[in-house]
Design a protein around this ligand. Structure first.
Ligand code: PEP
Ligand code: MG
Length: 869
């Protein structure tokens, strides 16, 4: 039962026992780098601490003492020594780095005796008492929760009394007085003397680290980041070295490569005569690391060698902390350096080229969602850091956008015509806002979730969107946003970070990311490994072409309703819907046919030989209809019918639950001629493109919202009749497939029957989640955030596929579908098709492809490769 490990007893493989920091200190020690000696108290000890009712048990204390003695012997220093005292740092170190936990106490071991020893051994009394003063404050604040201000105000008073500005202007006599005052504060707060016994100091510090594992901040952080609560934290106790002992001492931080762009060149900074916090605190301006070469050439070359050794050893870019004490170099920490996506790709590819890692390792190093950063224009980092945050919403569609705010689609369109950049701000968007969404730089809504209209459409367009931003109040009538105590008026600038969901005041400058050669190279490796194909959800030739650039291998979902919102088409669409006779409806459909045929032709063209799945019309019809009296009047006039009649007809079409209403195949049951028109357009366009030389064209016609095979049978018979008609008229043929979405739970569990009619399935996990959970897609955003904040759901199931429940429905459908039709083609086209953990699930399910919005295609490709490795 060993709970304490000297650094020379551990290794980097022991991370779960020693924590990240402890494991790396051990590893550095063992590969012969200069690490100040010390030891790690394990995460298991932390768990035990809680089992023991939050006490340090006697045998643990004995073990700690034993290791302390070893450190004392190695350094020939002793706790409380009046000649040459041992001082240590105490740091927490969990398996995953965790802000919110206790961080660091320096100079532990200082007391009334040791301070004299420190003065002697360094020949600097002022330094010794300053260290003592700082230690009392740090220990009291970090370990004993005594407010820092109690000490800081005394320091300020002292400076005022002395008539000086800087701490450094106080002499050792002043500092001695301060030490006594600080001890008094400790007594007032804790009703006991400041502990003089270093062992007692150490025990209290260790207890504080263990207890910080369960402080509220740490618990929330774990919840948010999916870190189990029973891991515990380790404690690292390490002998102090001093970077603040004069001009031959210093401290710094360096990355082995540039964390912004990955350039293979040492990157970092240092301060002469300083301790670690001084670099972080940013009070003095640090020097660039290369300048160390001129100041201490020996130490510099030693450091450079150490960084190379570490990078080779860890086979990754490292972030290293070091201290120089009287021209002696010490390494205090190493870890994998945090980096931008751009740097991550460059480093991974370079490391493969340098034969340090394999392609597989390189692929696993990149977090798929990180690729987002590379695909969208981004804010210039410094400008972003200076910008004022006004609210946070859902990161609905990544990207960075700045513009003047407008509250109506028309105003956005008009602004664009004037050459202005604008942001469309709406309570929530509806299909009527499409034109405005197209014209806007970005979209901000106060309501709606990750699959709300705004989110889905914006992602499809690759347009930045922050949705469900409930902190703001959108007053569309007065054309203002109210947030906290501020008002932002129409025409004022805001900026949106769609990857973080953050809303800023004002305009922030942007830079265009480059898709570097290394990115291309990396993605070809990704494609060598993955089995899943990646298609895209695209409704326009432009989106389709963009997706091809990003590597899409086909269209998995072309939502044809999106083609109906066009300004020029909407009158015909409206006439089609409100007409009461078949004859009238056919007339309207005849107008739409050539437009649809052209749409499909251009999409086939953009996709080349790649497969294209076209889904027949899905949304609730009333979405297309005018709402204001003015609009109704003008439609009535154009149709030559009475205003009142039209108004009645529109009211008839309204539904209480449109998402569960008259949509998808249900429309085709009522009005088969709509699907017939669309099918005709799909097939005629295919015949046209075949004639132009694309022999392999194979349109895939997809029928939405099937719940029962009888619905499918009916619709399929209608459209097959239409196809035969076209073939006869044209005296030509093409191959085609007819399949269905699996998005109604009943379809999933009767998939064996459905498969008798369907040649392919595409999982519509948006609706499957809606109907499987019974969460309305339109409304659930309002309360799902409570589920998330209360930890009931980690993530909204509309965002990350619920593998247990909704995934189970998919699994059942896959099994049943294959029973009937062994080679049935299987895909997914819900929003989950671009979410990495859901992609991995689809790989395991054995689907043939995932389909996602163009900008998520590279992410899905990488996730699919990682699923194999
Ligand atoms: C779905 O339901 O998952 C789907 C792709 O269709 P839509 O989002 O258009 O309803
Ligand atoms: Mg659907």
């Amino acid at each position: 039962n060993k709970f304490v490990y000297s650094f020379h007893e551990g290794s980097k493989e022991m991370k779960s026992l020693l924590g990240g920091k402890g494991a790396n200190l051990a590893e550095m020690t063992n590969i012969g780098l200069p690490v100040p000696p010390g030891f790690t108290i394990t995460t298991k000890a932390c768990i035990n601490f809680y089992d023991e009712g939050k006490t340090l048990w006697p045998s643990l204390i004995d073990e700690i003492k034993l290791h302390l003695a070893e450190v004392e012997k190695t350094l020939n220093k002793r706790f409380s020594d009046e000649e040459n005292p041992l001082l240590v740092s105490v740091r927490s170190g969990a398996v995953f780095s965790m802000p919110g936990m206790m961080d660091t106490i320096l100079n532990l071991g200082l007391n009334d005796k040791a301070v004299k020893g420190l003065a002697k051994s360094t020949g600097n009394e002022r330094f010794a008492y300053d260290s003592y003063r700082r230690f009392i404050q740090m220990f009291s604040d970090v370990a004993m929760e005594i407010p820092k201000v109690r000490f800081e105000s005394l320091l300020e008073e002292m400076k005022e009394k002395k008539g000086v500005h800087n701490d450094t202007d106080l002499d050792s006599e002043d500092l001695k007085v301060l030490v006594e005052m600080y001890k008094k504060v400790y007594f007032e707060e804790k009703h006991e003397e400041f502990p003089q016994d270093p062992m007692k100091q150490l025990e209290l510090a260790i207890k504080a680290v263990f207890e910080s594992w369960n402080n509220p901040r740490a618990m929330i952080y774990r919840k948010l980041n999916d870190i189990p609560h029973d891991l515990g934290t380790a404690v690292n106790v390490q002998s102090m070295v001093f970077g603040n002992m004069g001009d031959k001492s210093g401290t710094g931080v360096a990355f082995t490569r540039n964390p912004a762009d990955g350039e293979n060149k040492l990157f970092g900074e240092f301060l002469i005569n300083a301790q670690g916090e001084d670099v972080v605190a940013g009070i003095r301006t640090p020097n660039e690391i290369s300048e160390l070469k001129d100041i201490m050439p020996e130490v510099y070359s030693q450091f450079v060698d150490a960084t190379k050794k570490l990078e080779h050893h860890y086979k990754d870019m490292q972030d290293i902390e070091f201290t120089i004490e009287n021209e002696r170099l010490f390494l205090l920490q190493t870890r994998a350096g945090k980096r931008t996506a751009h740097a991550a790709i460059n480093v991974a590819v370079d490391l493969v080229d340098e034969n340090l890692i394999s392609k597989e390792e390189a692929i696993m190093r990149i977090e798929p969602n990180q690729l987002d950063q590379l695909l969208h224009p981004m804010f210039e980092p410094k400008a972003l850091a200076d910008a004022q945050i006004i609210a946070k919403g859902l990161p609905a569609s990544p990207g960075a956008a700045s513009g003047k705010i407008y509250f109506h689609a028309d105003d956005v369109v008009a602004a664009k015509a004037r050459g202005e950049k604008s942001i469309l701000v709406r309570q929530e968007t509806s299909p009527e806002d499409i034109e405005g969404m197209v014209a806007a730089e970005g979209i901000l809504t106060a309501r709606g979730g990750m699959t709300s209209h705004a989110a889905v459409v914006a992602r499809g367009m690759g347009k930045c969107c922050v949705a469900g931003c409930s902190e703001i109040r959108v007053d569309e009538a007065s054309k203002v946003i109210k947030v906290k105590n501020e008002i932002i008026k129409e025409g004022e600038f805001i900026s949106l970070d769609g990857s973080a969901g953050t809303v800023y005041r004002g305009e922030i400058i942007k830079i265009q990311p480059e898709l570097s050669g290394n990115f291309e190279k990396f993605m070809t490796w990704v494609d060598e490994f993955r089995r899943l194909k990646v298609r895209t959800n695209a409704d326009t030739p432009k989106d389709a072409a963009q997706a091809v650039v990003f590597g899409a291998e086909g269209i998995g979902l072309c939502r044809t309703e999106h083609m109906f919102f066009d300004e020029k088409r909407i009158p015909a669409v409206r006439r089609m819907i409100v007409s009461t006779t078949l004859e009238e409806r056919k007339k309207a459909l005849d107008e739409l046919l050539p437009m649809q045929r052209k749409d499909f032709y251009e999409i086939y063209e953009a996709m080349g030989e790649r497969p294209v799945t076209v889904r027949l019309l899905d949304p609730p019809l009333h979405e297309f209809l005018p709402h204001g009296d003015e609009d109704i009047k003008s439609l009535a006039e154009s149709m030559n019918i009475a205003f009142e009649d039209l108004k009645d007809r529109i009211e008839d079409l309204a539904e209480f639950n449109p998402m569960l209403g008259h949509r998808g195949c249900r429309l085709a049951v009522t009005y088969p001629e709509i699907y017939r028109m669309q099918t005709r357009a799909i097939i005629e366009a295919a015949l046209d493109i075949k004639k132009s030389g694309m022999e392999s064209i194979l349109p895939e016609i997809m029928i939405p919202l099937i719940g029962d095979v009888v619905e499918l049978k009916y619709v399929k018979k209608e459209i097959e009749e239409e196809i035969q008609l076209v073939f006869e008229e044209r005296n030509d043929k093409v191959n085609y497939l007819i399949g269905t979405m699996i998005e109604v739970p009943r379809a999933a569990i009767t998939a064996d029957e459905i498969a008798t009619e369907a040649e392919f399935f595409s999982f519509g996990t948006n609706d499957l989640t809606q109907m499987g959970y019974g969460f309305s897609r339109d409304d659930a955003g309002k309360f799902l955030s409570d589920y998330e904040s209360k930890g009931i759901f980690e993530k909204s199931p509309f965002e990350v596929l619920d593998q247990k429940g909704i995934g189970k429905l998919m699994e059942i459908a896959v099994d049943l579908g294959k029973k009937t039709r062994a080679n049935i083609k299987l895909g997914i086209c819900g929003e989950h098709g671009g979410e990495p953990s859901s992609v991995e699930f689809c790989h395991r399910l054995g689907l043939d492809y995932v389909s996602c919005s163009p900008y998520r295609v590279p992410i899905a490709r990488l996730a699919a490769a990682q699923a194999v490795i």
